[in-house]
Design a protein around this ligand. Structure first.
Ligand SMILES: Cc1cc2nc3c(=O)[nH]c(=O)nc-3n(C[C@H](O)[C@H](O)[C@H](O)COP(=O)(O)O)c2cc1C
Length: 204
């Protein structure tokens, strides 16, 4: 039998391919010892290694090349406005070419978002105190992506912090029925809906 699509799908040419990933906010260290924050949605884990996709002209890439430590902070869905308040801010002065119109230099992104720094334990950049989960990490590699517009960063998680409310008592498991990431879905913010099922490989 020949399989045909018969109009079930259309060929489209979307401008972006952001089918929904968690938003994380990266803390990195500036040359003067202060901290920079950058929200990104191109982030996912392979075991304990995070893969991060960063614009090559961003300040965070410069920081990570020079000082290869960071914190991957996980905001919750109700923090989307703080995340969005950082969208058009860069830690680079002057603002690099290629940043979107309206982008401006901000030396204090913690203040801009109304968040507070709290010290990390194993890396120099601080954590965002208000974020329910934070992962301290060290950069193991940076390389250009195929388009040369982005840098692919691999970062090894070295310490995980979580608010007790999202951890199953007496374990190191994040409770997936309590925790929801902030999801970036075609440039709109979402939380998670209700659980649909349990994977065979679920730990609990
Ligand atoms: C929700 C959200 C998701 C974003 N995702 C990315 C991303 O995956 N990669 C990236 O380089 N920039 C992303 N950005 C844009 C950066 O946050 C922005 O370029 C910022 O100016 C970077 O700051 P920096 O130049 O100080 O590093 C995102 C912004 C928002 C608000």
């Amino acid at each position: 039998m020949t399989l045909t699509d018969e109009g079930a799908h259309r060929v489209i040419t979307p401008g972006i391919l952001y089918f929904g990933t968690p938003v994380v906010v990266l803390s990195s260290e500036n040359a003067d010892g202060t901290a920079n924050l950058a929200p990104i949605s191109s982030a996912w884990a392979l075991g304990d290694v995070f893969l991060l996709g960063l614009g090559a002209n961003g300040h965070t890439v410069d920081n990570l090349r020079a000082r290869p430590e960071l914190v991957i902070n996980f905001p919750s869905p109700d923090q989307w406005k703080q995340v969005e308040s950082l969208a058009l801010l860069t830690g680079a002065d002057p603002v690099p070419s290629g940043k979107p119109p309206g982008c401006r230099f901000a030396p204090d992104k913690f203040g801009a978002a109304g968040w507070h720094p709290t010290p990390s334990e194993l890396v120099r950049p601080p954590r965002i105190a208000e974020c329910p989960a934070q992962i301290e990490a060290t950069v193991s590699s940076l390389r250009p992506d195929a388009s040369d517009q982005f840098v692919v960063v691999e970062a090894k998680a070295v310490r995980v912090h979580a608010e007790p409310a999202i951890v199953i008592d007496g374990t190191s498991h994040i409770d997936p029925t309590v925790w929801s990431p902030l999801i970036y879905n075609f440039r709109h913010y979402f939380g998670l809906g209700a659980r649909l099922g349990r994977a065979g490989r679920a730990e609990y």
